[in-house]
Design a protein around this ligand. Structure first.
Ligand code: ADP
Length: 279
């Protein structure tokens, strides 16, 4: 992981709360927060497929969706009708194959319901997702955080602490790339290492001839990675199958692994597992 220079404090809860959080986190070897400066860049797609890929490789993996206002994980895994059971005290994550999944979407009665929560309430819910969910022993916990640097990313990064790593997703357009700087600075202030940057929707591979068309500007990810001293983990092309699979709840990495986007994604997963601890 590319470790950034320390440039700020990492406030954490004290007392009994802190001990409970610490005990829950002690069972999770690697914590990855997938974040982005903007919405719609493919952050949830990356989080879901990364978690599935890790589980497929035999890592004990959990996927936590803390996008409280727009949880996409249940839809992307076709788990909209699922609700977590409890052991009387704690929630049992919903299972997708071997993957353990938790999302606020499972707790809403109506998927169209708007969540209107102020900061402290959001912080409480996110903390409960760590302490009141039976994650068990995990090799990886992948967190799908909402875009930007608001309450939710702040809360999860403070809870997970500097042992966690950030995977930042962007697209090649300058307007999206501009926000990468904010995400990197956010991690820096929280002393959270940045595992790397993923440039998504990076060129279109013609399904007939295989030619790559740079629909947006090219090379933005590389330039940004260089500017901030972080690794460019990969460039995932625009692939209609990724969009279709997301809508149908069938993560593309499971069955489209042999396409240009699938191979690129597998390469990214290899770099991520190479950066941290293993099984
Ligand atoms: P975010 O979490 O950043 O808001 P999503 O992961 O929900 O973004 O992706 C937004 C939309 O773009 C979804 O419909 C998703 O299927 C689609 N998408 C993401 N990445 C790609 C890609 N590389 N090629 C085609 N469609 C993509």
């Amino acid at each position: 992981m590319a470790d950034k220079e320390s440039c700020g404090g990492n406030p954490s809860a004290g007392g009994l709360d802190a001990i409970i959080v610490k005990n829950s986190l002690a069972k999770i070897k690697n914590k990855l927060v997938v974040m982005s400066g903007k919405g719609g860049v493919g952050k949830s797609t990356v989080a879901v497929n990364l978690a599935i890929a890790l589980a497929m490789e035999g890592y004990a993996t959990g996927l936590l969706d803390i996008d409280l206002h727009g949880p996409s994980v249940p839809k992307m895994l076709k788990l909209e009708d699922e609700a977590p059971e409890t052991d009387g005290e704690r929630m049992i994550p919903v299972s997708f194959g071997g993957l353990k999944v938790m999302s606020v979407g499972f707790l809403l009665r109506d998927p169209d319901e708007a969540v209107i929560w102020r900061g402290p309430m959001k912080m409480g819910v996110i903390k409960q997702f760590i302490t009141d969910v039976l994650w068990g022993e995990l090799d990886y916990l992948v967190v799908d955080a909402p875009p930007g640097t608001g309450d939710e990313p702040l809360t999860i990064c403070q809870l997970l602490g500097p042992e966690a790593g950030a995977v930042i997703v962007t697209t090649p357009q300058q307007v999206a790339a501009l926000d990468v700087a904010k995400s990197v600075n956010f991690c820096c202030q929280l002393e959270m290492p940045v595992v790397g940057l993923i440039e998504n929707m990076s060129g279109f591979v013609c399904p007939h001839c295989g030619e790559v068309t740079e629909i947006f500007s090219a090379g933005a990810g590389e330039a940004l990675a260089q500017k901030f001293g972080i690794e460019l983990l990969g460039r995932i092309p625009i692939d209609p199958a990724i969009c279709r699979d997301g809508d149908e709840g069938t993560p593309f990495i499971r069955h489209d692994a042999n396409t240009p986007s699938g191979r690129c994604f597998a390469d990214i997963v290899k770099k991520i597992t190479g950066a941290g601890a293993g099984k």
